[in-house]
Design a protein around this ligand. Structure first.
Ligand code: NAP
Length: 247
C-alpha cells in the first residue's frame, strides 16, 4: 500500500474549522475523506472545491458517537483500501448552559460527540495505523478545556477529557510510530463564535493579546504542521492556537 496517496480522515469536515482543515490537507497532498452529521450539501461542496483544485476527496455521513457506525465505516472504506496517514478528530458540538440548569441530555450529547466520538474514531484508526507503523492523529480540543468557561461545563469537560485521551493515546501508540496530538483553538471566527452574544464577544476580544479572533486557517496550519514530516518527533502535545488568550 506504500505507493498509495496518503489519506486524511477529517470528522466534521463539511463546514467551519473542519472545512478549512480538509482544504488544507488536500493542498498538502492528502486524499481527504471528510465526514458530516446531516448537511450533505455542505460536505459535497467541500469535495467539489477540493476536486476543482486538482485534489482527491470523498464525503461520508457518519455519527462519530455511534461505535457500530464508525467501525462499519472503517471496515468498508478504510481498512485494506487506503493508507491512513492522518485522522483529525474535529467534529464537535456545544449545548451551553449553567450547571444548575444543565439537563442530563445536554451533558450526554456533548460528551458523546466531543469525547466518546474521538475515542471511537481514534480506536478504529489506531488498529490500522499501528499495523502500518505510521500515522498521525490530531484531536481538536479547545481553550475551554484548558481554562474552563462558565456556561460550558459539559463542553469544557469534554475538551479537557480529549486532552487526557490525547496524552494517554500518545503513550500507548508511540511504540508503533503513531503520533497523537491536540490543537486547542481559542476564539475562531465560525458558526460557533457567531452564536456568542455581543457582550461575551467584546469581553473575550479585550482579553486576547493579539487583539483579534483567529481564522479557521490558523487552526488548519497547526494541524498541517502536526501531520507533516516536520512534526515526527512530537507526540502527546497540546498546540494552543489562541492569540495568547491562555498560555
Ligand atoms: P461547526 O461549524 O459547528 O461544524 C461542526 C462539524 O461537525 C460539522 O461538519 C457537523 O456536521 C459535524 N458534526 C456535528 N455533530 C456530529 C456528529 N455527531 N458526528 C459527526 N459529525 C458531526 O464547528 P466548528 O466551530 O468548526 O468547530 C469544529 C471543532 O473545533 C469542534 O470540535 C469545536 O469544539 C472546536 N473548536 C471550535 C472553536 C471555534 O471558535 N469555532 C474554538 C475551539 C474549538 P453537519 O455539517 O452535517 O452538521
Amino acid at each position: 500500500m506504500s505507493d498509495l496517496v496518503s489519506t486524511a480522515l477529517v470528522t466534521g469536515g463539511s463546514r467551519g474549522l473542519g472545512k478549512s482543515i480538509a482544504l488544507a490537507l488536500a493542498r498538502a497532498g492528502f486524499q481527504v475523506y471528510l465526514t458530516y452529521a446531516s448537511k450533505a450539501a455542505d460536505a459535497e461542496a467541500v469535495v467539489a472545491e477540493i476536486q476543482a483544485a486538482g485534489g482527491q476527496a470523498k464525503a461520508f455521513p457518519l455519527n462519530v458517537g455511534n461505535a457500530e457506525d464508525v467501525a462499519g465505516f472503517f471496515q468498508a472504506e478504510i481498512k485494506d483500501k487506503v493508507l491512513l496517514g492522518a485522522l483529525v478528530n474535529n467534529a464537535g458540538i456545544t449545548k451551553d448552559g449553567l450547571i444548575l440548569r444543565m439537563k442530563d441530555e445536554d451533558w450526554d450529547a456533548v460528551l458523546g460527540v466531543n469525547l466518546r466520538g474521538p475515542f471511537i474514531c481514534l480506536r478504529e484508526a489506531a488498529k490500522i495505523m499501528t499495523r502500518q507503523r505510521q500515522g498521525s492523529i490530531v484531536n481538536i480540543a479547545s481553550i475551554s478545556g484548558q481554562m474552563g468557561v462558565p456556561g460550558q461545563a459539559n463542553y469544557s469537560s469534554s475538551k479537557a477529557g480529549l486532552i487526557g485521551l490525547t496524552k494517554a493515546a500518545a503513550k500507548e501508540l508511540a511504540a508503533r510510530n503513531v503520533t497523537v496530538n491536540a490543537v486547542a483553538p481559542g476564539f475562531i471566527v465560525s458558526d460557533m463564535t457567531d452564536a456568542l452574544d455581543d457582550k461575551t464577544r467584546d469581553q473575550y476580544l479585550s482579553q486576547i493579546p493579539l487583539k483579534r479572533f483567529g481564522a479557521a486557517e490558523d487552526v488548519a496550519k497547526a494541524v498541517i504542521f502536526l501531520v507533516s514530516e516536520n512534526a515526527t518527533y512530537i507526540t502527546g502535545q497540546v498546540l494552543a492556537v489562541n492569540g495568547g488568550l491562555y498560555c
